[in-house]
Design a protein around this ligand. Structure first.
Ligand SMILES: NC(=O)c1ccc[n+]([C@@H]2O[C@H](COP(=O)([O-])OP(=O)(O)OC[C@H]3O[C@@H](n4cnc5c(N)ncnc54)[C@H](O)[C@@H]3O)[C@@H](O)[C@H]2O)c1
Length: 438
């Protein structure tokens, strides 16, 4: 059923990508964009750059590139602004992260060196294993939020960007449950004045962005915009938001394999996942409170895909364990092991072993790019509040209250592409296909 389509403002002018956290993921993303612009790399893993979208019937043979189908910012139109609690510029930080090889970084060195981070808003109660001193100071959290707003306005004026989006690429903050200060914008703003201890640094950046009408995506599992106060502000200011926690590595594999097991009605007795990684992210996650935030995010995916309530004979009481070990020699090259105890016909047990030698930031960088471009598209399409169609990119998708998130990667992809079809007034694809046999 075709809809009328939506008026989408053109992507004219340039787009500022605001990045709290200038670490491995941010610098791999920025370096990748700069290299692709110069024809020195291919944007593998990015749906906005390499994806196609089928339109109409299979016999129509219409499958344009996503970027030709919806108006997206061009890579050449992106500009970058960052914050970090370490003063290293993007070149130094990329060298430290050790993801993109030095020979490639040399070719874009000048552009990377020009990206220096603003001082970060930091509170060691939320991230215990880092002690960077490149921080802001202020009398209250309100004042810190005003400093972030001033940074953003300064960047906008100096760079001449016409639109901006913010993607949190900072470290994972300690686990927190929503509290009273997160329940309404009135309570949150009073909390900024009163220095409420439950307002985390990531919330201060997000608040600054939403106040200025800038879309926000959360690449880490912290609460940040996943609280009623921020949803209220996003809706009030007509700003799109989404999160949480980039879906890469082991969880990506999990949400590819689990829908297959479920589709064939194979049972599950247990899923044991362990990882080693040695980057700064791994160092932060070595703190039990930051790990708890990550663990919650990683554990949630199987329950929703398998739905033990609907098939208790297959999925009741399966054991799901996830651990991450900080192991410096591996740097960003994470290794994950999964042992999956499945059962088939008459309950006979079988095992699947997965050993994924991945590169964390290489998997995350294209997600930052897609989220920046698609959030900008959402805003130009007058979409506001929680963008569930971007669940495809997240381990813990943010949804409307009371709605369980879709974790199945293939449902998420269908939802994303149908949203694009809807925006352009094309028929949604249901895969019914009876018309081919009429
Ligand atoms: N790489 C992946 O595959 C992946 C997947 C999912 C989520 N993530 C999340 O993305 C985030 C970034 O990952 P990374 O590998 O780049 O980590 P990283 O440690 O290399 O970079 C994070 C940067 O954030 C900075 N930082 C911390 N608190 C800050 C603050 N309050 N303000 C400004 N800067 C701050 C740190 O100094 C660091 O430079 C982490 O939260 C990670 O858990 C990464």
């Amino acid at each position: 059923m075709a809809t009328g389509g939506t008026d989408i403002q053109p992507a004219s002018g340039s787009l500022g990508v605001l990045l709290p956290g200038l670490g491995a993921v941010s610098t791999t993303f920025i370096a990748g964009v700069l290299l692709v612009r110069r024809g020195l790399g291919t944007p593998i893993g990015s749906l906005t750059q390499l994806g196609t979208i089928r339109l109409g019937k299979r016999t129509d043979n219409r499958a344009p590139a996503v970027r030709d189908f919806v108006p997206l910012a061009e890579l050449g139109d992106l500009q970058f602004c960052a914050w970090d609690i370490f003063p290293d510029n993007a070149y130094e930080s990329a060298r430290r992260a050790g993801v993109v090889e030095p020979e490639l970084l040399e070719q874009i060195r000048d552009e990377l060196e020009a990206i220096t981070p603003h001082r970060g808003v930091f509170d060691s109660r939320f991230i215990r294993n880092l002690d960077g001193k490149h921080r802001k100071s202020g009398k209250s959290k309100r004042e810190l939020s005003e400093q972030v707003i001033a940074d953003i306005e300064g960047f906008r004026d100096a760079s001449g960007v016409t639109r901006m989006v913010m993607v949190w690429c900072g470290s994972t903050e300690a686990f927190q449950n929503p509290s009273a200060v997160h329940q309404s914008m009135e309570a949150f703003e009073a909390g900024l004045d009163a220095d409420d201890p439950d307002i985390s640094p990531s919330m201060i950046y997000a608040y600054a962005a939403l106040k200025l009408g800038i879309p926000f995506a959360n690449g880490a599992p912290n609460l940040t915009v996943d609280v009623p106060a921020m949803v209220e502000l996003a809706n009030r200011n007509s700003v799109p938001i989404c999160g949480k926690d980039f879906k890469t590595g082991q969880t990506l594999m999990k949400t590819i394999i689990a829908p297959g097991l479920k589709a064939r009605l194979l049972g599950l007795d247990g899923w044991f996942s362990t990882n080693i990684l040695g980057n700064r992210d791994g160092e932060v996650l070595d703190d039990p409170d930051s790990f708890k935030t990550k663990e919650e995010s990683k554990l949630s995916v199987l329950d929703v895909i398998l739905r033990a309530d609907l098939n208790p004979e297959l999925y009741k009481d399966y054991v799901h364990k996830v651990s991450i070990h900080y192991y410096p020699p591996r740097g960003d090259n994470k290794e994950g092991w999964d042992n999956i105890d499945v059962k088939g016909w008459l309950g006979y047990p079988m095992q699947i072993k997965v050993n994924f030698l991945c590169r964390d930031s290489i998997l995350a960088a294209p997600l930052v790019l897609d989220l920046a471009l698609l959030l900008d598209l959402a805003q130009r399409s007058n979409m506001r509040g929680i963008q569930e169609w971007l669940s495809f990119y997240f381990k813990s998708p943010q949804t409307a209250p009371g709605l369980y998130p879709e974790h199945d990667l293939f449902i998420q992809l269908m939802k994303l592409k149908n949203t694009l079809r809807h925006l352009r007034g094309e028929d949604l694809i249901t895969h019914l296909g009876l018309e081919y046999y009429d």
